[in-house]
Write a protein that binds this ligand. Sequence first.
Ligand SMILES: O=C1C[C@@H](O)[C@H](O)[C@@H](O)C1=O
Ligand SMILES: [Co+2]
Length: 302
Amino acid sequence: MTTNEKIQFGCAPIAWTNDDMPELGSENSFEQCISEMALAQYTGTEIGNKYPKNPNTLKRYLEPRNLQVASAWFSAFLTTKPFEETEKEFIAHRDFLYELGAKVIVVSEQGRSIQGNMDTPLFKEKPIFTNEEWDKLISGLHRLGELAGEKDMKIVYHHHMGTGVQTTEEIDRLMENTDPDKVSLLYDTGHLVFSGEDLDGVYQKHQSRIKHIHFKDIREEVLKEVKENNDSFLTGVKKGAFTVPGDGMIDFTPIVRTIYESDYEGWIIVEAEQDPAKANPFEYALMAKKYMDGIIPQKNFV
Ligand SMILES: O=C1C[C@@H](O)[C@H](O)[C@@H](O)C1=O
Ligand SMILES: [Co+2]
């Protein structure tokens, strides 16, 4: 058990049922998913497509399991659609999360994203935003940040493989050109290492902006294969590129120490999408929790 009350551990449902490829884990029920998260001693969850859409119904399932809603993903199309379309969906999403008590809203720009394309080579065809697209993204995010602020919430931007904000350079550009009061950052270890970025460097540079964290690990041999075969992101996921912390190539000990020594306050969500038929979600969730409990620097936070 962590003794640092500023940091809480949650789990994402994507290991049970994958929203990007609903055929992965379609046999796993919502109740199995949340019961197993609770059994593995997580206290938070993000939201998957099998979760009840009514906030009160969802609360009735989560509260007896001592699970809170940490956040949920929102796909923005600020670079490719009129702002009003993203705005309308964002407000509904914000209000749903607000009812559930979440403080942050995960936002990822999906304009020209290839993350959902089964056949598009990930490392060759990732979008590179034009200056005009950057302007639309930045001004749109500012407006979404203001809408979140109306409910005392924050948007946390999810850099992601196969999107226009993936690399360190792109993350830096986004952070440098956005107002810290309106746009925060989500730090996802799996996507950073997949992309070849420096985990510690990104954390150090942007720590004051990081308000939400996703922890996932990478299977090095699968990453190599994805690059050699020019696989798509989804093919990489199916092959097992991602796994839980402690099971792959990332040593989480230094980054966990850095996070605990920084002012980070919020959730660390274990989010390791892989094929549940090959990687039992409960076993992997438990494995990750034990690994993290073992590396948390307890002595500084009694
Ligand atoms: O936060 C995330 C949400 C998923 O839908 C996405 O594809 C995954 O890779 C991720 O990091
Ligand atoms: Co993530």
